[in-house]
Design a protein around this ligand. Structure first.
Ligand SMILES: N[C@@H](CCC(=O)N[C@@H](CS)C(=O)NCC(=O)O)C(=O)O
Length: 211
């Protein structure tokens, strides 16, 4: 399978899941600014909105949307136990994937990070952030993971919250959240993904500056 990714973007959650599973996969750098692939091909031919992540399965199916891709990877490599096996556990996993995708990723982080977002959108997102992060902080107090064990929801939450470093959000006011992130940062799959994608991100930034 192949993962179309952009360095440190939300697609990194799937890279983490693939590393957790010890899966063989290809990683194709999709430039989300130019909408081009490394061979010059049009990324829109793969991703209708020109967004990452996209996963091409071994059967050639193209999958979009983090929540779907992460669950697909977890189900494809069950030995890694990246999703709960029972019904309520799976529903709780989906609860967190939806929360991260809608309440955090799109409602808070995209407006804060998008240089094209108007000041009003940024202010609205900043106003929404404390309730959502405070809720997570309370929930994570005394917990290592979102569920009973590491799951793809943790891979997604880590990836989204990792961007708080370049926003005005100060996580020190949410100590459990900060501790959760620091601990996950040590996890081998995450440290490897962040190391590799961080280097690619720095190269990308340098190229954008030179252009
Ligand atoms: N709903 C999508 C959103 C994915 C998304 O926002 N991707 C961003 C990167 S983190 C992107 O590719 N942005 C490029 C663009 O909007 O043109 C998902 O959950 O997978």
């Amino acid at each position: 399978m192949d993962l179309y990714f952009s360095p440190l973007a939300w697609s990194m959650a799937t890279r983490i899941a693939l590393y957790e599973a010890g899966a063989e996969a290809g990683y194709i750098y999709a430039n989300t600014r130019t909408k081009r692939l490394p061979d010059g091909a049009d990324f829109f031919a793969i991703s209708p909105l020109g967004m990452v992540p996209v996963l091409r399965t071994d059967e050639g199916e193209l999958l979009t949307e983090n929540a779907a891709i992460l669950q697909y990877v977890a189900d494809r490599f069950p030995k890694a136990e990246l999703v709960p096996a029972d019904g309520i556990g799976r529903a709780r996993l989906q609860q967190w994937l939806c929360f991260i995708g809608t309440e955090l990723h799109k409602a808070v982080f995209i407006p804060l990070l998008d240089s094209k977002a108007p000041a009003e959108a940024k202010a609205y997102a900043a106003e929404k952030a404390p309730a959502r992060l405070g809720y997570l902080d309370k929930y994570l107090t005394g917990r290592e993971f979102l569920l009973d064990a590491f799951s793809v929801a943790d891979a997604y939450l880590y990836t989204v919250l990792n961007w708080s470093r370049v926003t005005a959000l100060d996580l020190t006011q949410w100590p459990a959240l900060k501790a959760y992130l620091s601990k996950l940062h040590q996890r081998p799959s995450i440290a490897k993904a962040v190391g590799e994608e961080g280097a690619l991100y720095a190269e990308q930034q340098a190229r954008n500056k030179a252009a």
